[in-house]
Design a protein around this ligand. Structure first.
Ligand code: AMP
Length: 463
């Protein structure tokens, strides 16, 4: 299939050719005709599949046809794209710019952490496509500096992440502001019950499309587990980086303060490192990212949310300094390495507290990961697992704490994550084939989050 056969207008085809794309990706081949047909869309696709062009190209096509070749100078926002993070918002808007380069279409991005006034000025000058994070968009709405009354196209990008980050109320507020009659597109990597509920509320008889998850555990990625005691992880990481002279190492921690502490520690060991997470200013994040990409910065320490949507991949080394309690996050993390045939290595430093998380991950990826003990860092065979604190939640990620009926510290039954697995990450099981939403027969209900004991969600700060 070619982009030409999808019926896109010539200025878009020219821009796509210049971007170097020879053929649409599977999500594009499905999403572009679906959006061009004018109906709503529920799409299951994650970063790396080409989803951004999947919704941007048909939106621009329709907008260009509406606006004609010489639109008036000041025009209301007609397309609104919401994203969970600043980085993703910036990237999506950059894509809009690239694809609309031969069209008289104006786009802009708004997110928090930077001054309001330049955004207000730009909004006043007229914008066709607005890409925004929810919090700052609502700030502008409250101040009367953005008019959303003419929105005809509405996109929720990475909707599952938005919900994970606690944006459901903000999304509802935005939905109450935009006109009810519009074309809505919802993109999500997963179809949880909450996504289905949101889809039911937002979408009108949507077409449902889903592309296979990126096979991030492809053979090009060497995955290894280094068992180590919890308080020796930072020394082991230092040892690995120094003895192998690793550069461009992306290191994942669970929490922001853990990312900061680790970056500080590495710097003291003469390893250049920076932490990147939602509490950092936009300029600090941008600087960290560009220095990392250029190779000046040896190590970038990131939380899952901060790393999401950032355009850094094909890295030689990804290190799980702490295993994620959500198995899907493991797949997202290691997908940063070894893509497109490039060689990559994903290493997990696993202490006894996390053996249960590892078991969840191995079930999901349907393979067991090789363990290698590094001389001088052998774990204490008598060590006992300790609970892991994530925000206000206390998770039991160790294997022994999860046997039996398993309760997390906030008292929920089976909170330790040893619910029956389907080998697919559980909650995608039934929804995979039934994304619009009926509960599967027999009462089985996909778990909301398959990780150990993660039965409540922290509300993150606005990005
Ligand atoms: P996305 O999933 O939208 O974040 O896109 C992932 C990457 O794929 C981006 O770097 C795009 O520039 C690239 N991309 C998107 N569409 C295509 C295509 N049809 N052919 C090759 N690369 C693409």
């Amino acid at each position: 299939m070619s982009f030409e056969t999808l019926g896109l207008i010539q200025p878009l085809l020219d821009a796509v050719r210049e971007a170097g794309y020879s053929a649409p990706t599977p999500i594009q081949a499905q999403a572009i005709p679906a959006v061009l047909s004018g109906g709503d869309l529920l799409a299951g696709a994650q970063t790396g599949t080409g989803k951004t062009a999947g919704f941007t190209l048909p939106l621009l096509h329709q907008l260009a046809q509406k606006l004609g070749p010489n639109p008036p100078a000041r025009r209301p926002v007609r397309a609104l794209i919401l994203t969970p993070t600043r980085e993703l918002a910036a990237q999506v808007e950059e894509s809009v710019r690239i694809y609309s380069k031969y069209l008289p279409i104006k786009s802009m991005v708004i997110f928090g952490g930077v001054g309001m006034n330049p955004q207000i000025d730009a909004l006043r000058r007229g914008v066709d496509v607005l890409v925004a994070t929810p919090g700052r968009l609502l700030d502008h709405h409250q101040q009367g500096t953005v008019d959303l009354s003419q929105v005809e196209y509405f996109v929720l990008d990475e909707a599952d992440r938005m919900l994970d980050m606690g944006f459901i109320h903000d999304i509802r507020r935005v939905l109450a502001i935009v006109p009810p009659k519009k074309q809505s597109l919802l993109f999500s990597a997963t179809f949880s019950d909450e996504i289905k509920a949101l889809a039911e509320r937002l979408l009108n008889k949507p077409q449902i499309i889903e592309v296979a998850r990126r096979n991030a555990t492809a053979d090009t990625i060497a995955q290894r587990v280094f068992p180590v005691d919890r308080d020796r992880k930072k020394d082991l990481l230092t040892h690995l980086i120094k003895t192998h002279d690793w550069h461009q190492v992306l290191v994942f921690t669970r929490m922001k303060h853990g990312a900061n502490r680790l970056a500080e520690f590495l710097n003291k060991q003469d390893i250049t490192a920076m932490a990147i997470h939602g509490n950092k200013s936009q300029s600090a994040r941008t600087r960290a990212l560009s220095e990392f990409k250029s190779g000046e910065l040896q190590v970038l320490v990131a939380t899952d949310i901060a790393a999401r949507g950032i355009d850094i991949d094909q890295l030689p080394h990804v290190v799980n300094y702490e295993l994620p309690n959500v198995p899907e996050d493991y797949v997202h993390r290691i997908g940063r390495t070894g893509r497109a045939g490039a060689e990559g290595e994903a290493i997990s430093l696993v202490c006894i507290d996390e053996e249960g998380f590892l078991a969840d991950i191995e079930k999901m990826i349907k393979r067991s990961l090789p363990r290698e003990t590094i001389a001088g860092f052998e774990p204490d065979p008598h060590a006992k697992p300790e609970p892991i604190q994530i925000g206000r939640r206390v998770l039991h990620g160790g294997l022994s704490g999860r046997q039996g009926s398993g309760r997390s510290s906030n008292g929920s039954a089976n909170g330790s994550g040893n619910a029956p697995h389907d080998g697919q990450g559980g909650r995608r099981n039934s929804s995979h084939h039934n994304p619009a939403g009926k509960k599967p027969a027999g009462g089985a209900h996909p778990r909301r989050r398959q990780g150990a004991g993660s039965n409540s969600k922290p509300r993150a700060a606005r990005p």
